[in-house]
Design a protein around this ligand. Structure first.
Ligand code: SAM
Length: 318
């Protein structure tokens, strides 16, 4: 087995695959408005499931990947989703996960589970309909909530991710926490990251880990848990046994043991969210050349701190 490893001992063990750049929400952190959403949905590049599986298999042959996570854009809009899950299972990657906005989860939870999906992260930034609209530019939060119920019923492991933006949805921290705790779901709050159009003004909407903890402490007593190697999240355990996390890119960066590699829907790899220099692997059929490309991607990782990039998460995959 070839080793692709950097001077900090970091390698790639988790692959995040952006299946498409199209999305059925228009979240304010990903896009600037309806024109950009329309434009983006029109130009979304797309490899077929076979082409994507070829890229994934090539990467697995060198990296012996442990986990794959499908993302996007909105991965549930990818029309060959179940085929690609089955394909990844055949390739032999042990853990198959997905990050979704949950809008289509009601009907997709069971087919995904049947195809081999084990675990899903649902992005839910508000439980209040008006705040949900404010952040996602779309209505019907109930569709997402019904999707979460369907996923639990199908036996999928569910986590909730909520990006917190100062002045937009910080009022939702306790309602989201209560919603998740009632269903015994782990919830993680994310500090806003300097991606896409937010790269120019990174601190404008930042609601820090400390501010989030202050809000939670109004209702809950909690203790910090030990962080697991390569985890994106810090976790806390409440006195009544519930777990919540915070992904604190800004306050407590976790670049030092990051093991994530990203593949976009056009067959490009990225070693770090802070890089918008795509490295194409779709036409590479030589293992030595692929290793060179992976070494180059590894050099994109930051030593200490996430700095962001002009690329929206919609393209590179969250
Ligand atoms: N459409 C899917 C979803 O909503 O989960 C997958 C793609 S989305 C880009 C993945 C995750 O990235 C979501 O949880 C979203 O909230 C998060 N995200 C996007 N832009 C972000 C930013 N600037 N800062 C923090 N999180 C962001």
């Amino acid at each position: 087995m070839h080793l692709v490893i950097d001077k900090y001992g970091r390698s790639f063990k988790t692959l995040r695959v952006s299946l498409l750049s199209r999305c059925n929400l228009g979240c304010v952190y990903c896009t600037t408005g309806e024109d950009e959403i329309k434009e983006n949905n029109h130009h979304s590049p797309l490899l077929s499931a076979d082409e994507l599986l070829q890229c994934i298999e090539k990467l697995h042959s060198v990296l012996n990947l442990e986990t794959i996570r499908f993302t996007g854009g909105e991965p549930l809009l990818y029309h060959q989703l179940t085929e690609i899950i089955t394909g990844v299972k055949k390739i032999g990657i042990q853990e198959i996960k997905i990050t979704t906005n949950g809008f289509l989860l009601d009907r997709m939870a069971q087919p995904m589970k049947d195809a081999g999906m084990q675990s899903i992260n649902v992005s839910l930034d508000a439980v209040d309909e008006d705040v949900f609209f404010l952040i996602s530019r779309r209505s019907h939060v109930k569709k997402v909530l019904d999707g979460i119920d369907a996923a639990l019923k199908a036996g999928l492991k569910v986590k909730i991710n909520a990006v917190i933006m100062k002045g937009i949805n910080d009022s939702q921290i306790l309602p989201l926490l209560d919603y998740a705790f009632e269903r015994k779901i782990t919830i993680r709050f994310l500090e806003i990251m300097a991606m896409g159009h937010l790269h120019k003004d990174p601190l404008k909407y930042l609601f820090t880990q400390e501010e989030i903890l202050n809000k939670v402490s109004a209702k809950y007593v909690f203790n910090k848990m030990l962080r697991k190697y390569s985890s994106t999240s810090n976790y806390w355990l409440t006195e009544d046994g519930h777990v919540f996390g915070i992904i604190a890119n800004e306050s407590e960066p976790f670049c030092h043991d990051c093991n994530r590699l990203r593949l976009d829907s056009d067959g490009n790899i990225f070693g770090c969210l802070s890089s918008n220099h795509p490295i194409s692997i779709k036409n590479i059929d030589n293992k030595e050349k692929l290793i060179d490309q992976l070494q180059e991607a590894l050099l994109q990782k930051q030593a200490i701190k996430f700095v962001g990039s002009d690329l929206s998460m919609l393209h590179i995959g969250g």
